[in-house]
Ligand binder design. Structure first.
Ligand SMILES: NC(=O)c1ccc[n+]([C@@H]2O[C@H](COP(=O)([O-])OP(=O)(O)OC[C@H]3O[C@@H](n4cnc5c(N)ncnc54)[C@H](O)[C@@H]3O)[C@@H](O)[C@H]2O)c1
Length: 363
């Protein structure tokens, strides 16, 4: 087991506990659990029974969460209505400002539970227990929480750091191949924007992670979680441009998710958004042919299934990207690449290269 801690500018810390088959978390972090008068475990109805059992195994007898709340599957959980239901449940069961929410699930669960923790009684503490590969390398870390507004992703949200992120790779044993591949989308993102050492770690372990190899998954969780926390701590509120680089592939990716009516898994949408950003980077003359070929090869390695669920409606796509919360008044704004590990923002891009990238990404 290892604990990663990074100090933020506000001198708070961002912390993650990494390992496999963890037990008795409260004994490891008495400063967090000792002060809590009650804990509530939040998880998804579609999670396998083993997930709940593993989540409960993190707590010894006598210290297990007293109440449980079940969220609807995946993206259906990320609504204001569900957040309201959770808040009502917490209130009904007497959770106070000194209580603790434990969010055990994929990114949809950690986003919704973290968001509710940010507003319930003006903010209570929460622990993130990401249980998908994607959430252990990304969504469950860094304190961005959100719900969707209709088909628009993550429009209502808050920065609310979990006291701790617990990444136990034993959760990943029950993940289906499709969820490993979805995590591969965010994994590819790190290889594109991160330093050479991170790119090497991803390249070495990419095929192993897709095959569910435990050592490969552990190596990637360790390397990517450390990078994500470092970036999130350096620019906690997304103000300096550092954290925005983590959005690589996401502006188009979120639009593809919307155009699929929520049927395209998040990580697959990001992988297609990465392909979009790579083509656009080349069209804008930022990325050379050889780099494009090399980086696109990493997306190829994910062996994405056809994006049949995505409506190929370019006008709707333009409308979605102009309303992306990162656009900041521009008609569109993207993170593009000048080369491996060299992300750069670009905005107000004309429709012609956008159309070429849109068509190329959905081929
Ligand atoms: N807050 C952030 O910084 C951030 C970053 C990236 C993504 N996200 C969000 O994360 C969400 C995607 O997260 P996700 O990919 O984890 O998807 P998800 O939360 O929808 O989970 C995918 C599926 O995996 C199941 N599952 C979870 N753990 C499992 C396990 N151990 N074994 C078997 N099945 C399991 C879930 O029940 C669900 O059916 C999106 O809403 C995205 O917007 C947030």
């Amino acid at each position: 087991m290892k604990t990663l801690t990074f100090k933020t500018h506000s001198s708070a810390s961002v912390k993650a506990y990494l390992g496999r088959n963890m037990a008795d978390i409260p004994a490891e972090f008495p400063e967090i659990f000792g002060a809590a008068d009650q804990t509530c475990l939040v998880t998804g109805t579609d999670a396998p029974p083993s997930l709940r059992a593993r989540a409960l195994a993190l707590f010894p007898e006598g210290k297990k969460p007293r109440t449980y709340f079940w969220l609807p599957p995946s993206e259906k959980a990320k609504t204001l209505e569900e957040s309201g239901k959770l808040a009502s449940f917490l209130f009904k069961h007497g959770l106070s400002r000194n209580s603790l929410i434990i969010a055990a699930g994929g990114g949809a669960v950690t986003d919704l539970a973290g968001f509710t923790a940010s507003v319930y009684m003006r903010g209570i503490k929460w622990i993130s227990v990401p249980t998908t590969f994607l959430a252990q390398i990304d969504a469950g870390l860094g304190g961005k929480t959100a719900v969707n507004l209709g088909s628009a992703k993550n429009i209502i949200g808050a920065f609310h750091q979990p006291e701790l992120a617990v990444c136990d790779t034993a959760f990943l044993d029950s993940l289906p191949h499709s969820e490993l591949r979805s995590g591969g989308g965010e994994l590819a993102k790190y290889a594109m924007i991160g330093p050479a050492s991170l790119r090497r770690a991803v390249e070495k372990n990419l095929s192993g992670t897709l095959a569910g190899d435990k050592a490969a998954l552990t190596a990637c969780v360790s390397a990517c979680a450390a990078y994500k926390l470092k970036v999130a701590a350096a620019d906690e509120r997304d103000e300096t441009g550092r954290r925005e680089t983590l959005n690589f592939g996401h502006t188009a990716g979120h639009a593809f998710e919307s155009l699929s009516g929520g049927r395209l898994p998040h990580g697959e949408a990001v992988a297609r958004g990465i392909r979009f950003a790579l083509i656009l980077s080349a069209e804008k003359g930022l990325l050379g042919r050889a780099d494009l070929k090399y980086l696109d090869g990493l997306v190829d390695a994910l062996r994405l299934p056809p994006a049949a669920s995505v409506r190929k409606d370019f006008r709707k796509f333009l409308a979605l990207i102009s309303r992306d919360k990162k656009a900041r008044g521009a008609s569109n704004r993207f993170i593009l690449l000048k080369g491996p590990g060299r992300p750069v923002p670009a905005e107000d891009i004309n429709p012609a290269p956008l159309k070429k990238a849109f068509e190329g990404a959905l081929k």
